[in-house]
Design a protein around this ligand. Structure first.
Ligand code: PGA
Length: 261
């Protein structure tokens, strides 16, 4: 059975401008080289080219360039949207789909998230599909049901052979940007249930091989405890990815975690 190499993503969201993005990308690229962990950074669209140049300029480019979103149509009259091939032109290799800010702030439906997942996979990109419950849903005992539904909708029509390019990010909405992290046990329970759902959808072998990141107020100080859980395979990091030292500390915690699967 394939081992699950830890994977850490830095989601910069709508932050940083040229000079800061350049400097942060350079620090991450030079510090994360050669570690036993996959690393991706997700700048805002206008800085993908700049950050891509920094990453490509490293002696051994190891940090992947990611986009925070993508549109599923290949071209045409879709004002403001960015296609898969445009991202590939800039050497983007991984995209986020269904981040909770896109679902809850911008109103993206499961149907749209699924269209994006399928379009990105069809073009050969890697995808991080984000799932997670709101506070109300958690308090109503619906955490696993919400995650299961988002997995079913998000991955509908995905070919089992494409699953090697899919990572799941479990990000409880109430933990994102709030400083309130899920306990390692709560996160582990949700990850285990999500992996169970992947088993129903794609079978045990694929479920065991699929990486599930945790996201929601991860910092260098709490990363090791979270990443030590048997079903947590790294993290998707927001706020703490904007500070080189914090992010590198989190990557280090992931590289020290035991390989799972
Ligand atoms: P946070 O964001 O680390 O700031 O909580 C995580 C995310 O939204 O991916």
């Amino acid at each position: 059975m394939a081992a699950r190499k830890p994977f850490v993503g830095g989601n910069w969201k709508m932050n940083l401008h040229t000079a800061e993005a350049h400097a942060l990308a350079r620090s991450v690229a030079t510090s994360c080289d050669g570690r036993e962990v996959d690393v991706a950074i997700f700048p805002a669209f206008p800085y993908l080219a700049e950050v891509g140049t920094v990453l490509q300029g490293q002696p051994q480019p190891g940090v992947m360039l990611g986009a925070q979103d993508v549109y599923h149509q290949s071209n045409g009259a879709f004002t403001g949207e960015v296609s898969v091939t445009m991202l590939q032109d800039l050497n983007v290799t991984v995209v986020l789909a269904g981040h909770s800010e896109r679902r809850h702030v911008l109103g993206e439906s499961d149907l749209l998230v699924n269209a994006k997942v399928r379009a990105a996979l069809k073009a050969g990109l890697e995808v991080i599909l984000c799932i997670g419950e709101t506070l109300e849903q958690r308090e109503a005992g619906q955490t696993d049901a919400v995650n299961a539904a988002q997995l079913c909708y998000g991955l509908a029509g995905v070919d089992p052979a494409q699953m090697s390019r899919v990572t799941i990010a479990y990000e409880p909405v109430w933990a994102i940007g709030t400083g309130r992290t899920a306990t390692p046990q709560d996160a582990q329970d949700a990850h285990k249930a999500a992996r169970g759902m992947l088993g129903h959808l794609f079978g045990a072998t694929i479920a065991e091989a699929t990486r599930i990141q945790y996201g929601g107020s991860v910092k260098a100080a709490n990363a090791a405890e979270l990443f030590a859980q048997p079903d947590i395979d790294g993290g998707l990091i927001g706020g703490a990815s904007l500070k080189a030292e914090e992010f590198i500390g989190i990557v280090e915690a992931a590289s020290n975690a035991t390989v799972k699967g």
